[in-house]
Every structure is written in C-alpha cells, then in structure tokens.
Design a protein around this ligand. Structure first.
Ligand SMILES: Nc1ncnc2c1ncn2[C@@H]1O[C@H](COP(=O)(O)OP(=O)(O)OP(=O)(O)O)[C@@H](O)[C@H]1O
Ligand SMILES: [Mg+2]
Length: 256
C-alpha cells in the first residue's frame, strides 16, 4: 500500500469527523452539527480549552493535550491540531491484565490531569472518559482529548467539578461494560481496575452519593436512543448493572 495513504486515517465521532495525517503529525477535526451555531461554538470551545490546558500542562511531565495549529470557523468549522503521541488508552487496556504495574501510574497521571483541568476552568471536564485519552507506552504519557460538552452532560446537581467529571467517567464505564460488543474483549478487568484507581486518587474528596447520581445520569444518557430493543436492553440489563456496579465501587473505592 502507498505509505502516504496508510498514514491517513478518518474517525467518525459524535461531534464530527477526525482526520489523522500521521506523516505530518496533524489532526483535523470537522464539527458536523447541522446547527451552525452549535457547530461553531463547539469548535471555538475546543480551541479555547485546548490552548489554555496546553499552556497549563507545560512543564508537567507525562500529561499532555493537543496543541492547536489553526482554526477555520466557516461552515463546516474545522480545527487543525498536532497529533498527540500514543494510541487509544482503551486499546492498551484491552490487552493487559488488571495487575499490570503501569495501571497505578496511569491512574496518577489521569488524576493529575483532572486536577489541573478542574482547577484551571473551575468546571467539570465534561467528556472525561477513557475513550478520550491516549497512552504512549514508550514513556507513559497520557494525552487528554475532546473538550466539547457531550449531549446531556451539563451538571444540574451540587456536585463539584471533580465529582461531576468522575461521575461521567464511571457512567461511561458502565455503558462500555454493558455493551454487547464488550463481550468480544478478552478481558475488561484492566479497564475496571483503572477506573477504580482513578476514583481512588480522589478518595476523601468526593461524596459517594453525588458521584453515583452523576454516574447514573451519564449512563442513562447513553442508554437512551436507538431502537426499541436497544432501549429495552439498556433500561433493564443496563440499569441493573449500573446499580450493582455503583454499590461495589462506592464500597471498595470510596471512604463513606
Ligand atoms: N490530537 C489528536 N492526536 C491523536 N489522536 C487524536 C487527536 N484528536 C483526536 N484523535 C483521535 O480521534 C478520536 C476522536 O477524537 P475526538 O474524541 O476529539 O472526537 P469526537 O468527535 O468527540 O469523537 P467521539 O465521539 O468518539 O468522542 C480520538 O479518540 C483519538 O483516537
Ligand atoms: Mg471523543
């Protein structure tokens, strides 16, 4: 295959298209909301948040986010950013065991990144989930991506930014684990272990009831929509799983 072509990759996400040009180490994200105001606001938010977070992370070893290169707010809005090092964290988690020694180190870096983000913006990292993180196995760097506010992520409870962000992470984890495709994974123990370890980083600073409420709210957002069969599956199997999972998590990872 032409090496130039193999260096190009497109990913269709929730907010739009992501085009990766690995030979130039550039990523172009195109915001495809049919609502022009929302599409432009999403692109502007990505530029503002990534730029400020990038500055705040200067000199912090092992934690990174994309550097913005250019932006164009004509329709459809586009943002060009540098490609962050590493590969999707979920890929790594799908092939290691829960006792992998890198997991506690990754949790500390994710905790540090969340700490810096929430202190800087004084608001939750709304789409805080492992899908939005890359892991560079060569030096252990974690890169945070995606600063757009996902549908249904606004915070209506008196949760702190850290509680709300962790709640979203836990809710996303419930959703990911209950998805039928997850059965194809050889193991999801590493995924669970990392999530517990990240929550544990904030032990004593988060209220279990508020975190659980946010997690239930987040997973309910993801369980909603699609066919009647899909909704039924998530409303029954999904809700049961979320409840049991939260009980175990708050018992094992959070001091009451
Ligand atoms: N700067 C970057 N460097 C390397 N990879 C990137 C970068 N930006 C995005 N990606 C890749 O593209 C994927 C989707 O990007 P992003 O999360 O920003 O878009 P999205 O439309 O919100 O997608 P999703 O709905 O899947 O969250 C990421 O999970 C990552 O694999
Ligand atoms: Mg994303």
């Amino acid at each position: 295959m032409d090496t130039k072509l193999s260096a190009l990759k497109s990913i269709r996400g929730c907010d739009g298209d992501v085009h990766i040009d690995a030979s130039r180490r550039l990523v172009t994200k195109t915001y495809l909301s049919p609502n022009r105001t929302i599409a432009i606001a999403n692109a502007q938010r990505e530029v503002e948040y990534a730029s400020r977070f990038y500055q705040a992370l200067a000199g912090v070893p092992g934690v990174a986010c994309p550097r913005i290169v250019t932006s164009d707010y004509s329709m459809p809005p586009r943002v060009v950013m540098e490609q962050c090092p590493g590969r999707p964290l979920l890929q790594f988690l799908s092939r290691v065991g829960a006792d992998d020694p890198r997991i506690p180190r990754i949790a500390r870096r994710i905790g540090l990144g969340l700490e810096i983000y929430t202190r800087l913006f004084e608001e939750p990292y709304y789409d805080f989930c492992f899908n939005n993180m890359l892991f560079d196995e060569s030096d252990g760097t974690i890169s945070f991506l995606d600063f757009v506010i996902p549908r249904g992520a606004y915070d209506h409870e008196p949760a702190t930014p850290i509680e709300a962000s962790l709640g979203w992470l836990v809710g996303c984890t419930c959703y990911e684990l209950v998805r039928p495709t997850i059965l194809a994974w050889s193991s999801n123990e590493a995924y669970l272990e990392l999530m517990r370890a990240v929550v544990w980083e904030f032990n004593g600073r988060v209220r279990a009831d508020l975190l659980s409420a946010r997690a239930r709210h987040a997973s309910a957002q993801m369980y909603d929509g699609g066919s009647r069969l899909r909704r039924q599956y998530y409303r029954t199997v999904g809700s049961l799983f979320t409840r049991g999972f939260l009980r175990r998590l708050t018992r094992d990872s959070l001091a009451q």
